[in-house]
Design a protein around this ligand. Structure first.
Ligand code: SF4
Ligand code: SF4
Ligand code: FES
Length: 476
């Protein structure tokens, strides 16, 4: 009897609620809102101003839902749970409110979707088709409030004030995440607009996140704008290799897979949440520019293009003859898979037991994401070198060994060096043999006896170990 009574007793650690007829038990957590439960349960609630990583102003009213017992519709993004709550997200009252909000938002909107760069990935366009889909009752476009178009608000961001739905996501991001309040809302009512402050452009190294979270085509990337329609792109998961943070990203290529057009941040709560820095966003360009596309032997006028595997085989023979005088340089930008393969060959084929550490020079660090170590995989290099019993020596030791004549031949995996590349190239050009496996043409490939092409990290599936000690994988 007691057991039966206990079984029937309501649990105190959960809310018993009903959404659209579904009975749910939701753990009692302070601040939990209806929209968060809907997102977790796969119940779609449209929204513009709500963003899970920003504060909640509840100003767009697109997420209104019906809560039984409440006199008015409630914003799902700002309404907390209570036990016994019954919520309707698709009732007639809710549908009428959604249509009204969309009609209201579009009263002064230019509806220039055919020439808008956001078309195809625009929540306003998508939600209009899903929740409204009625012709405008504002017949005369001349009566719409006119605002500024294509305003260059910063070096990387272009603003179209007419398309803005005043959700304030961009302003909140700059205040709360970037901690650089460079955007504000000016005037009021239907004349309100987003802008920068006089004489203070949007220069933050995190400005492109405002483009990513703007739910309409108001903020667009000056770099990506009008270069490609988004439905002509295909995406794959990757990592930004701009620093040791290893932000998770999507790489968007054209359908042939030949040209990379942009990076977008990919969610990883433990690493970058949903943000990236501008430097990282724009580092996609490295996939397209100055690429080494074919194997090459010889220098200057004597240089000849060859098949990669034949050139690699001849290079291996040559390095074998220089046993005892050969050095190995591995970049901390290489993926863990590449480092594993390199060190295995170096140990088993060439009998090497030392590796010199290459990689990019240190840079400035900030308090958000960007790390001073601009190499995505220094930790991976250290771990693999130790596992293979290699002595890992700093780059300065290589310069000394070349200067002293202790290293007469060098094989480099990656052309990133933590010193002036021209200076390093000058020194390496004096070696009996210098070969490099590189993604990009530069001072080192200019003076190399052999150059082998290497894939960029977004074209391979290799993992990188990042400064936070985790391991993330790039996809093809
Ligand atoms: S510019 Fe975009 S993100 Fe900023 S308030 Fe307008 S719609 Fe929202
Ligand atoms: S913080 Fe580092 S890894 Fe992240 S986007 Fe910027 S450069 Fe790339
Ligand atoms: S998303 Fe809830 S009011 Fe804007």
């Amino acid at each position: 009897m007691n057991e039966q009574a206990n079984a029937a007793k309501p649990r105190e650690d959960v809310f018993q609620i009903t959404i659209d007829g579904r009975a749910l038990e939701v753990p009692k957590k302070p601040g939990l809102t209806i929209i968060q439960v809907c997102d977790a349960e796969g119940i779609e609630v449209p929204r513009f101003c709500y963003h899970p990583h920003l504060t909640i102003p509840a100003n767009c009213r697109m997420c209104l839902v019906e809560v039984e017992g409440a006199p008015k519709l409630m914003p799902a993004c700002h309404t907390g749970l209570r036990d016994g709550m019954v919520v309707h997200t698709r009732s007639d009252r809710v549908k009428a409110a959604q249509e009204a909000v969309l009609e209201f938002l579009l009263v002064n909107h230019p509806v220039d979707c055919p020439i808008c760069d956001q078309a195809g990935e625009c929540p306003l366009q998508d939600q209009y088709f899903k929740y409204d889909r009625r012709p405008s009752r504002v017949g005369d476009p001349v009566r719409k409030v006119k605002k500024a178009k294509h305003v260059q608000v910063g070096p990387r961001v272009t603003l179209d004030q007419e398309r803005c739905v005043l959700c304030t996501r961009c302003i909140r991001f700059m205040d709360e995440v970037a901690k650089e309040p460079q955007l504000g809302m000016f005037w009021r009512n239907d004349h309100a607009y987003v802008d920068t402050f006089p004489g203070q452009p949007l220069t933050s190294n995190y400005s492109l996140n405002t483009v990513a979270i703007c739910p309409v085509g108001a903020l667009t990337s000056t770099d990506f704008r009008f270069r490609k329609r988004v439905w002509n792109l295909k995406s794959a998961p990757t990592l930004c290799d701009g620093c040791a943070r290893g932000c998770n990203a999507w790489v968007d290529r054209d359908r042939d897979g030949n040209e990379v057009y942009r990076y977008r941040a990919r969610e990883n709560e433990a690493v970058n949440r949903v943000w990236m820095c501008d430097q990282g966003f724009l580092s996609y360009k490295a996939h397209n520019e100055r690429r080494v596309l074919a194997a090459r032997e010889g220098r200057g006028a004597a240089a000849k293009v060859g098949r990669s595997y034949e050139v690699a085989a001849r290079t291996a023979e040559r390095l074998r003859t220089l046993e005892g005088e050969a050095g190995l340089l591995v970049s901390a930008c290489a993926s863990t898979e590449d480092i594993l393969a390199t060190l295995w060959v170096a140990r088993e084929v060439f009998g090497l037991s030392r590796v010199y550490e290459g990689g990019r020079e240190e840079g400035e660090q900030d308090r958000i994401l960007l790390r001073a170590d601009r190499n995505p995989n220094r930790l991976g290099l250290q771990i693999v070198a130790e596992a293979f019993g290699f002595e890992l020596l700093p780059f300065d030791a290589l310069l000394e060994a070349v200067d002293d004549g202790k290293v007469k031949a060098l094989w480099a995996v990656g052309d990133e060096v933590p010193v002036d590349a021209q200076m390093a190239a000058g020194l390496f050009s004096s070696l009996d043999f210098f070969g490099v496996q590189a993604r990009h043409r530069g001072p080192l490939t200019e003076v190399a006896d052999v150059v082998l092409p290497a894939a960029t990290h977004a074209s391979t599936t290799g993992p990188s170990s990042t400064s936070w000690g985790g391991c993330s994988a790039s996809g093809r």
